[in-house]
Design a binder for this molecule. Structure first.
Ligand SMILES: [Cu+2]
Length: 242
């Protein structure tokens, strides 16, 4: 952790920064100034108080050479800060120690911890509900002399299987007459199938061309469920010719 701050320098001959760094129970005091006279050792001190008024020396720092000085102070950083404020004073040279070239205040509060980026929670993938795909095909049975009434979502392919003992057709229309739209199977002998895919919603009548009294509906909705119920059976049992 670095406690760097400069120095509102009262006499900014040599501007720079003082950095306090915790080193376990010790504190590193690093000065980084614009260099003074080349290769001239410049006495440096940490005084109690603030610039420009300076009272006694608290710590003697390593003399600054070419703008740099590092000193280990045998006091923990928190205690250094607690005991402040301090001012770092650098003198022109040993010979001219009476001339301060820098006075910088050392902050007396703990440096603000560098904000650690808060780890962003890894987004948990929301399990995607398996799309409820409507059954692509729906098996229905023609039996007991009746056509089933059917409900299914759009897109369903309805497969009629004739399990009756009679032949039937499944034909769009009413009363045995194909209405010219939709679907119209051939005559389905027992055991035969016919399929048709419903791509539009609506309620569609259908009938049997062989047995006009058989009339039922296919209801196609935007979505499920799929169901089939027995339609009204014929009564005559007549087998119409076709
Ligand atoms: Cu029929």
């Amino acid at each position: 952790m670095g406690a760097g701050r400069d120095a509102s320098s009262a006499n900014p001959f040599q501007a720079g920064t003082t950095t306090l760094t915790a080193k376990g129970d010790q504190t590193e005091v690093a000065l980084n100034l614009t260099p003074g006279p080349a290769s001239v050792s410049q006495p440096a001190f940490m005084h109690n108080g603030s610039c420009p008024v300076v009272s006694g020396v608290k710590y003697t720092l390593t003399a600054v050479l070419d703008g740099k000085s590092t000193t280990m102070v045998n006091v923990a950083l928190a205690d250094v800060l607690k005991a402040g404020p301090y001012a770092v004073v650098v003198h022109k040279s040993s010979q001219e120690a009476g001339i301060q070239t820098t006075c910088g205040n050392v902050p007396s509060t703990a440096p603000t911890a560098t904000p650690t980026a808060r780890p962003t929670a890894t987004p948990t993938a929301t399990p995607t509900a398996a799309p409820t795909t409507p059954p692509s095909t729906f098996q229905v049975t023609v039996a007991n002399f009746a056509l089933p009434n059917i409900t299914a979502p759009v897109g369903t392919t309805i497969v009629w299987t004739n399990k009756d003992s009679l032949a039937h057709t499944v034909t769009s229309g009413r009363n045995g007459v194909f209405d010219g739209t939709g679907w119209n199977s051939a005559v389905l002998d027992p055991g035969q199938t016919f399929s048709f895919t419903f791509t539009k919603t609506g309620t569609f009548n259908y009938t049997c061309r062989v047995h006009p009294e058989l009339n039922s509906t296919v209801t196609v909705n935007q979505s499920g469920p799929t169901s089939s119920t027995a339609g009204t059976p014929g009564t005559s049992g007549d087998y119409y010719t076709y």
